[in-house]
Design a binder for this molecule. Structure first.
Ligand code: SF4
Length: 299
């Protein structure tokens, strides 16, 4: 970040938001508002959207009510600290908390890897710790499969749960209780772990407002929709606007970096060429058929 800020060809505006946007590829104009109220008009040739995302906070798992219920990111921070008791004696991890059917319909792709990574760190810090992962599917694809195998070998217990019998987190006195149906034992199991870690999904940041300003479409899940999933995966249907990272969909860091490089390379093409051919298709109003509904103006 310091290297970027030190570059005299790059202006960095933090805590800023896009207030207005107009123009076309090669000739865009954006009004950017800063936190203190100052506004800048920036003329630019292309746009790369990399607006990121944040953790979803599902309801119904005591996440906001009980300090012993954490998200995987919060657990990771705790494990990276210096406290002696940072690795719990027992922990239950619940996969797909609020995802794949509840609040979010999609799979966020990273939370299974995150859970396995944290489980391995706990086992490294405290090999006697009891780590139980309640899952619907373990989606540790690619090289992450090795970490999943390692976790099993080190004693992490993976127990599947069914969609219609999700684990329930409750408070019993001062203790945290997790109740779930073990489909292998065919019975209800109650546990009182020291901590509960939720594998929550990812939601995009600010895409709805940006989509209105840029007139760029979103998916049902509020991520930016690429122009073509195979042929133009980092371009939006609006010419000159490119997308990468969590603004486009949940993905791990390595995929995000690859997509960011692709978006930067694509965005550089019109800039390096120095000229663009404008799409020859231009819409016109047929006065005799127009009823003045105004729908075309909002598109
Ligand atoms: S990555 Fe794993 S925990 Fe996350 S939504 Fe997908 S299946 Fe569920």
């Amino acid at each position: 970040m310091a290297k970027v800020e030190a570059n005299k060809h790059i202006d960095v505006l933090t805590k800023a938001e896009l207030k207005d946007f107009s123009g076309f590829i090669g000739n865009f104009s954006s009004v950017v508002g800063e936190e203190g109220g100052a506004e800048h008009t920036v003329d630019h040739g292309v746009v790369v959207l990399a607006t990121g995302g944040h953790e979803h906070r599902p309801e119904g798992y005591q996440l906001e009510e009980n300090s012993k219920v954490l998200t995987q990111t919060e657990l990771e921070k705790r494990l990276a600290g210096k406290a002696k008791n940072r690795a719990p004696k027992s922990i239950v991890m619940i996969q797909c908390a609020g995802s794949r059917g509840d609040d979010l319909k999609y799979c966020s792709k990273v939370c299974c890897n995150h859970a396995v990574k944290n489980a391995l760190t706990i086992k490294e810090l405290n090999p006697a710790s009891q780590v139980i992962v309640l899952y619907r599917d373990m989606r540790t694809y690619g090289y992450a499969e090795d970490a999943y195998r390692e976790a099993r070998l080190k004693g992490v217990i993976f127990i599947p749960y069914e969609l219609d019998r999700k684990p329930v987190v409750s408070e019993e006195g001062k203790k945290l209780q997790v109740t779930f149906f073990d489909s292998l034992l065919q019975e209800e199991v109650e546990m009182t772990p020291e901590l509960v870690a939720l594998s929550v999904g990812i939601v995009p940041d600010g895409t709805e407002d940006l989509s209105k300003l840029l007139k760029a479409p979103l998916t049902d899940d509020r991520f930016f929709l690429e122009a073509h999933v195979k042929l133009r995966p980092v371009e939006l249907p609006v010419s000159g606007v490119y997308v990468c990272g969590l603004a486009h969909g949940p993905k791990p860091v390595d995929e995000t970096i690859a997509q960011a490089q692709a978006a930067a390379a694509k965005a550089a093409i019109p800039l390096v060429k120095g000229a663009v051919s404008i799409d020859p298709i231009v819409s016109v109003v047929e006065q005799e058929k127009c009823i003045g509904c105004g729908i075309c103006a909002s598109l």
